[in-house]
Design a protein around this ligand. Sequence first.
Ligand code: UDP
Length: 236
Amino acid sequence: MAKFKRILLKLSGESLQGNQGYGIDPEHLAEYAQQIKAISDQGVQIGIVIGGGNIFRGLSGAAAGLDRVKGDQMGMLATVINSLALGSALTSLGVKNRVMTAIRMEPIGEFYNKWKAIEALERGEVVIMSCGTGQPYFTTDTGSSLRGIEIEADVMLKGTRVDGIYTADPEKDPTATRFDAISYDEVLQRGLRVMDATATLMCKENNLPIQVFNMDKPGNLQRVIAGEAVGTFVHP
Ligand code: UDP
């Protein structure tokens, strides 16, 4: 039995690059698609938001002298590229899906609309919502909080490359320990960089719990859906 009926899955752009350091690793993409298919087959309604950091980030553009808004627009287009790639990988596994865009660009994707997204989810389609919020100066973490709240998801599942939320970055500090559960307030007070503060605050104010887990371990998405204690649960 699935613990959640409707989820918002957030994947970072970087997670799609695998060990390549840039772009999209086809094997990694196919593995993610398999995990998503497994829970879709169980009847879980799945909304997805993907980042674009494997291709472009507005902040890095600004650091290199680009206009910030144009850089952010480039970043949002990067999320569309990743969303099309994941949609295509899901299609090749026979999983019905659609890519929606927060900025109009038919026929690449359908213009995002909460009610159309929910209708598609209820029909069993995976809905990939690209362009983050559609606005510059935001991140796809905030985009996923927003979409998760809009589609009335039971939980936001943040798939990362680490096993959850740690007291410090475990890739840099070997003494870092992992939380099984933590409140939104503690995440904010400790300045833990799970998501940006805007995204965490939105989840807090709208009671959207977050489960942070390692999506790079095959089968983990199914374990989270089955209610196993995988990763860190962020709660009110
Ligand atoms: N972005 C934006 N508005 C949004 C979401 C994303 O302008 O609502 C831009 C921003 O430049 C960001 C880039 O898209 O750096 C890629 O998104 P993000 O950094 O969140 O990707 P991730 O870190 O998850 O790969």
